[in-house]
Write a protein that binds this ligand. Structure first.
Ligand SMILES: Cc1cc2nc3c(=O)[nH]c(=O)nc-3n(C[C@H](O)[C@H](O)[C@H](O)COP(=O)(O)O)c2cc1C
Length: 150
């Protein structure tokens, strides 16, 4: 059975809603999912399983939500070689006209600059995810297929 650790950060629950949906779909692919809140995660949790998913929203003029931001800071020297990652981030253009997607490349470049592999195109969710769970489901099925084939 494949295993996936999801490290997520969420203030108001949107990201949690999305990772819950992702977990539900991945279970149908017989993938065992562990959810870990970034606020209690340690840097070594980033290499907990050969497949990882990082999910975080954008806050404060286009930066990562603080718990995920802190985790990446603590993990500056980590080696992610051989680990595959998927990235999910949430944002909302209404909060900041200029700094809407500044957080977008942060997680991706963290992964690649530390030797990790991006297995799937990052899932980006603008505004509330509530009406977008069908898209989350479709993209997760695609990811599930990819994950089970490697
Ligand atoms: C106080 C506050 C500040 C925010 N700042 C930004 C921002 O600078 N850029 C952006 O794109 N979205 C911003 N957002 C939108 C959040 O990223 C979005 O609502 C996200 O879905 C929240 O996820 P969460 O419920 O998991 O915390 C902000 C939201 C709040 C409440």
């Amino acid at each position: 059975m494949k295993q996936l650790t999801i490290i997520y950060s969420s203030w108001w629950g949107n990201t949690r809603l999305v990772v819950d949906k992702i977990s539900e779909i991945l279970h149908t692919f017989a993938i065992q999912v562990e959810l870990l809140n970034a606020s209690v995660a340690k840097s070594q949790d980033l290499v907990k399983t050969p497949h990882m998913l990082l999910a975080a929203p954008t806050y404060d003029h286009g930066i990562l939500h603080a718990p995920m931001d802190r985790l990446l800071l603590w993990a500056q020297d980590i080696d992610l070689s051989g680990i595959s990652f998927a990235i999910v981030w949430l944002w909302d253009e209404k909060y900041d006209q200029e700094y809407t997607v500044e957080a977008a490349p942060i997680l991706e470049s963290f992964v690649t600059s530390h030797g990790g592999i991006l297995l799937h195109e990052s899932l980006k969710i603008n505004k509330s995810p509530v009406g977008q769970l069908d898209t989350v489901e479709l993209r997760t099925k695609d990811y599930g297929k990819q994950m089970t084939s490697v």
